[in-house]
Design a protein around this ligand. Structure first.
Ligand SMILES: [Zn+2]
Length: 112
């Protein structure tokens, strides 16, 4: 029991760490001139997790966000991907798409 609490907590911290690291790498490698602005815009898309506030409990390490929370629905994820191809919304789309990809990867580890 203690081991499960310990390790799922560490996995959650690693997952959170990736939410900061992956956008940083994308910003730094793909938007070299304006990487700081790109990073701030992509990080602002973390606000999409505000939909967790509607859930009870707000956070559960064993719950898959994709398909559960209102802003993590498959139909919206398609929209987030489309935003990547519109120049004005590219960074928001990228941030949201990276976020959903990381959440989806996290879900794969939960079910396996
Ligand atoms: Zn999320």
């Amino acid at each position: 029991m203690l081991d499960i609490d310990c390790c799922s907590g560490q996995d959650s911290m690693f997952h959170l760490f990736l939410h900061f690291l992956v956008p940083l790498l994308v910003a730094y490698l793909c938007f070299t001139k304006n990487w700081k602005v790109a990073y701030v815009i992509m990080m602002s898309t973390m606000l999409v997790d505000l939909d967790h506030l509607l859930a009870t409990p707000i956070y559960s390490p064993t719950r898959c966000s994709i398909g559960f929370h209102p802003l993590h629905q498959p139909g919206l994820i398609i929209l987030y991907l489309v935003l990547c191809f519109v120049p004005k919304t590219r960074l928001v789309g990228l941030g949201l798409s990276i976020h959903m990809a990381l959440d989806a990867i996290d879900c794969q580890f939960m079910t396996s």
